[in-house]
Design a protein around this ligand. Sequence first.
Ligand code: NAP
Length: 277
Amino acid sequence: MQYKKFYNGNRIPQVGLGTFRVENNDECNEAVKFAIEEGYRSIDTAKVYGNEEKVGEGIRLALESTGLKREDLFITSKLYFEDFGRENVQPAYQASLDRLGLDYLDLYLMHWPGTNEAIMINTWKGMEDLYKNSQLKNIGVSNFEVEHLEALLAQVSFKPVINQVECHPYLNQHKLRHYLEAQHIVMESWSPLMNAQILSDDTIQQIAQTHRRSAAQIIIRWNVQHGIVTIPKSVTPNRIIENINVFDFELTDDEMTQIDNLNKNQRIGPDPKIFEG
Ligand SMILES: NC(=O)c1ccc[n+]([C@@H]2O[C@H](COP(=O)([O-])OP(=O)(O)OC[C@H]3O[C@@H](n4cnc5c(N)ncnc54)[C@H](OP(=O)(O)O)[C@@H]3O)[C@@H](O)[C@H]2O)c1
């Protein structure tokens, strides 16, 4: 597994398991347990996914079956709109920990910026309080555009270590990625496979054939070579294995450029500038 280093010296595995749209049932804990057994060290969940209990169960089962320690894993959850506001952050974090059955998170993200700048900044101050006063290892943001980050960075004491945003070859976030690089904030891609909609793309398919890899592996590898952290979701055992098996081949510069050129600024998720939950 390759890791990306944060500006604060901590690090995150470059490929992790996403859990959005995975119900809070045995499919969830089985996928999480299987992924950790197969070498995943990073799991991404959120309060709003409604599956923190089963994600936590999968983590406990995997620690038992593998003999790994909690500190070998990197667990992320997220603060949702109803918990925005400085005073609400700590109780929301504790509630996520209780549902997960954990005593700390490796990363807590502010899930969206919202549309009110004052609330956004005030909520981030609550994230900073938590970072200073608890065992929480890292704080970050999600779905922040350059404009949100400019406003945030002008007023805060601890900048986010990471920004988790929609990113795939049809929305390659070129401008945001370069801005984040300059700010030493790691970029993380959600829906890296465009929720499976991009897997039949001709260019991706052709590159996949050249390397005798799947389309998913080509896209995940494209993320890795751009220095992006990524969290493809799957509950299917052979896909879970496939998606992490991307560290033994390399795309050429020309193949990277061909994939970069697929960009059409096409989102599948909401526009962060207007989304309010
Ligand atoms: N911060 C945010 O606002 C935000 C928003 C959305 C998502 N996320 C995070 O990002 C994660 C990933 O995004 P996502 O779940 O939206 O979509 P995704 O990872 O782009 O795609 C998931 C879909 O692709 C399929 N798939 C996975 N690997 C495959 C493979 N190797 N071959 C063929 N199909 C494959 C999965 O099917 P099966 O599961 O049936 O195998 C599932 O239908 C989420 O789970 C969540 O943790 C964050």
